[in-house]
Design a protein around this ligand. Sequence first.
Ligand code: FE2
Length: 116
Amino acid sequence: MNYFCRINRIKEGNDFEKKHTPFIECPDIVKSEEYFEVKISPGIPHPMEDSHFIQWIELFMGDIYLARVDFTQFMKPEVKLMVKAPSEGHEKFTLKALMRCNLHGVWEYIKEIKLE
Ligand SMILES: [Fe+2]
């Protein structure tokens, strides 16, 4: 299987998939235009070695780029970011996290959030 020819998503829920999925933890409901904390990390710790490691994590709101964090093999691939909720007029929005492993490609996770 070539993980580099597509964006990968969790399907079977096995340990390999959990290790590569950038799970998003944040409130399910947030207030418009207020900052809230978003934590992104793999469900199971991924190796961080010279030959196999997580290179970066990116965060998007819908398809709008928000942030990117690059890692070396000396880091734990886990980030906490403060994100500003969209203005009123939306009922809900999505956050999308991408995470890249140097051997196993880019993995995506999407979470839907309601606006209060
Ligand atoms: Fe990997």
